[in-house]
Each structure stands twice: as C-alpha cells, then as structure tokens.
Ligand binder design. Structure first.
Ligand code: AMP
Ligand code: MG
Length: 437
C-alpha cells in the first residue's frame, strides 16, 4: 500500500464510519451528546406578556402629558397573576417576569419614577406602547422547532431543553472503545518498577484523549510481541466498536500487529500516511456478531434477539512512539469517533498564528510541530516550538497548546510567517480540517 496524504486518510476513515444507533438519556447526563430527534416548544414562552423590568405597568396614553401622578392599584410579583384591570390614571407595581395586567400597555422602570406615597407614584416621562414588555411567545411559540436533530448539547442547549420540559432525550450512542498496548519492553502502571523496561504511557494518554471526548474506554492491558498472545488480545478488542492498538505497527521484524489483525479478518484500508510524526498509522474495518456484550451478562445458551446481526468494528493501529500515538489520535481517531457520536463538526479548531522563530523542514510529509501559543501586543497569536520535536520526547506534548501544521511541500518556515495551529484542547470543534497539508 502507498503512503496516503493526511486528508485522504481522513477521507478513507470517514467513508467507513457511520453514526451509531440512538439511546435515551436524562437531561442531566446529556452534556456533549448529539440530539437524534427534533425538539419543539411545548408552549408559548413567555406564556403571556410579562414585564422586563421592576417598575410600574401603565397606560401609555396617561403619560402623554409628560408628568402624571398615578394611583397604584396592586402589587404584582413574579409568580402572581394580576387580579385587577388598570384604568385611566392608575398603574400596578410590577416585578420582572410578572404578567402585565389588563388595561396596561407599557412598563416603566422604577428608576424613571418618583415615589409619592405607598399608593401613588409620579412619572415624568412618556413611554411607547409595549415599552419593557416581553411579548407572549417572544422566546418561542408552541410547536415551533427549537432544536434540530444533530444539535450538539451545550449548556445553552440544556437550558432550552429544560425550558421545553424535556427530561429524557434521544441521543446518539457513544462508541465502546478498547485500548491495547503492545511491546515486550512495556511495563504496566501497577507492575513493580524495572529500570530496563518502558512504562506503558500510551494506554493512559489515549484513555485521557477519549475521556476528553466523553468516552470511557476499556484498557485491555499489554500484549507481548508474540503472534498468539497478540491474537488473543486483539480478538477481545474486536468485540468493541473501536479498537486502538498502540505499537508494533511498523516494519520491525517483531511488529506483528498488522499481520495478526489481518489474520483475524480485519481488512486494512490503509497503512502509512505521509505525515511526521505518525507515518506507520494503519486503519482497518471488520464486523462483529452483535450481542456479545449482552450475552456476556446473560445466562449462556439463551438465544438472543439479533444474534445473527453484525456491527461494524474499526481498528486503528497507532505507532508506539508516545507523541506519534497522540498526534495520530488527533488527526484520525477524533473525526471518526465524533462522526459515530452524531457530530457534524469533526475536527479540532485551528487558529492562525505568527511563528516566533524559523523552522527547518525537508519537504515530503505534513509535519505536526508541538507549539505553545501566546499573544503579542496587538492580541494575535504567536506560536513557539516546545523544543526538540523527536517523537520520543513526550514532555513536549504535555507542554503543547497545539500542533503547528507544516504543509508537505514546505521547505521551511521563516520567523514571523503566518501559520496554522491546530488546538489540542477544547470542546468546540469545526467542520473542516482547516489546514493545508
Ligand atoms: P513500536 O511502534 O512498537 O515500534 O514502538 C516505538 C517506540 O514507542 C518504542 O520505543 C517503544 O518502546 C515505544 N512504545 C511503544 N508502546 C508504548 C507504550 N504503550 N507506552 C510508551 N511507549 C511505548
Ligand atoms: Mg513495539
């Protein structure tokens, strides 16, 4: 297989993955999910004309002569219903959110009035009809579509859902993801420290990248570079929607991941992308029999509904280098998972920045350089490299705010040049990759 460009690799992945099925969740647990249904207003909002201010509900005609003293006939608090009709020469004291009484056609705020006594007020200002009144249905009208299917549930959306009294919602399911690290040299987090071993950091960095997307993965542990042991672990991973296998995907004689996974029936769609770091990344697909996750919790032997059905499984073979693994997750795994969860905006946000220093490059691959972002005096972003870009230097990934994307045809960048930086953090995504590769 040929080296693919980053964009073509993303395209290949996105052509394979689809939205997952739908499940029902409580409003309180729905932040970050994507609505799988259209939501309509259950009533007019506000349900009647209400005051926008603390003040007096008046008849605008009474104030035509600029100065008037009005009799206060009632006190209407938020939550009260008015009992009286405002007649000529009268007004009602009213609080924000309280219904405007019959007869009144405007509200004048308390700051524009002069108290005369407890039951009369002097007003020295004319008002237009409708002044400081929030009209019935101004926010939403009964039956109106307020949220379309595909809307990402943000705090603002949660507010709307609560307004229309939706306690239970239909959203796209999150993928079940398994992580497998491979390598004889690896030592587990809770294993006794051995100075000759390499701590398994990838499983945890990948776990956190998934958690940041709202996905709680299962860590399958560490498989040795042995085809039989690998096959056993990989087989477990293929029972999930997505398997992330780290390490062993390159050309070393003990890099068994790809052949083993192909032997298990996974069809590799690509292997190798023209990028740095991360070029040995591979992607494949297969199907699993539906029902495994359920059958593991149910008595054996029971026939299951849909037992013969199959579901798609996606496998990403990520390079073992800690930085490469994370960069490949950013470029390929994030768009795939977000599509599965129903999102339309699949890509990390990009920003334009000024490069603080020159960067040497040889053309050929799209490079992702770890950078810290700061602001210059006029408020624009400045990108500064985190230092050595060896893919083994994981501390520089920990420091980075973003990845500067250097197009494959670049011969190097000069200090002060305008560059594109892909942010490494945040809950806001965009609908295009946003960089030139
Ligand atoms: P590989 O892709 O298996 O050739 O591994 C490339 C480099 O990444 C080697 O130096 C490995 O020791 C290192 N590496 C592989 N897997 C992990 C892991 N899970 N955590 C930390 N480093 C790893
Ligand atoms: Mg290895």
């Amino acid at each position: 297989m040929e080296y693919l460009s980053v964009m073509n690799a993303q395209k290949c992945i996105l052509e394979s993955v689809k939205k997952l099925d739908v499940e029902s969740v409580r409003l309180e647990r729905s932040l970050g999910r994507v609505l799988a249904e259209e939501v309509r207003a259950n009533r007019d909002q506000p349900p009647y004309d209400v005051s926008a201010m603390d003040g007096y509900a008046v008849r605008s005609a009474d104030l035509a002569n600029v100065s008037a003293t009005l009799a206060i006939i009632e006190d209407i608090k938020a939550g009260d219903m008015p009992r009286k009709t405002v007649q000529a020469g009268q007004c009602a004291r009213i609080m924000t959110g309280a219904p405007v009484p019959q007869g009144a056609d405007a509200v004048i705020r308390v700051e524009d009035t002069l108290a005369v006594s407890n039951n009369s007020v002097q007003i020295n200002r004319a008002v237009q009809p409708g002044n400081d009144i929030r009209r019935l249905g101004e926010n939403m009208c009964k039956g109106e579509v307020v949220l379309v299917a595909g809307t990402e549930i943000t705090p603002g959306v949660i507010g709307i859902l609560a307004t229309v009294k939706r306690a239970q919602l239909q959203v796209y399911r999150r993928p079940r993801v398994a992580i497998l690290s491979t390598g004889n040299e690896l030592e587990g987090l809770d294993e006794i420290f051995d100075p000759y071993k390499i701590p398994n950091s990838n499983s945890y960095a990948l776990m956190a990248q998934l958690q940041a997307l709202g996905i709680e993965p299962l860590l399958l542990g560490i498989a040795r570079d042995d085809p039989d042991e690998l096959a056993e672990y990989l087989q477990q991973g293929l029972e999930f929607d997505v398997l992330l296998a780290s390490g062993g995907s390159s050309v070393g004689v003990h890099d068994y991941v790809r052949p083993t996974i192909e032997a298990l029936g996974v069809q590799m769609k690509f292997w190798r992308v023209a990028m740095k770091p991360g070029h040995p990344v591979a992607f494949g697909t297969t199907q699993r029999a539906e029902g495994w996750l359920r059958s593991s919790r149910e008595p054996p032997g029971l026939p299951l509904a849909g037992e013969n059905a199959t579901a798609d499984v996606f496998v990403f073979c990520l390079p073992g280098n800690p930085v490469s693994s994370m960069v490949c997750f950013e470029q390929f795994v994030i768009p795939a998972l977000r599509r599965m969860m129903g999102h339309v905006r699949l890509y990390r946000r990009t920003v334009q920045a000024r490069l603080a220093h020159a960067v040497n490059m040889r053309p050929g691959r799209t490079e992702f350089i770890r950078v810290v972002l700061s602001r210059d005096d006029d408020g624009s972003y400045v990108a500064t490299s985190t230092g050595t870009q060896s893919s083994g230097v994981s501390l520089s990934m920990a420091k980075a705010d973003g990845l500067l994307v250097v197009p494959a045809d670049s011969n190097g960048l000069a200090a002060g040049e305008q560059v594109t930086v892909q942010l490494l953090d945040g809950t806001v995504f965009q609908d295009v990759a946003g960089f030139r590769e």
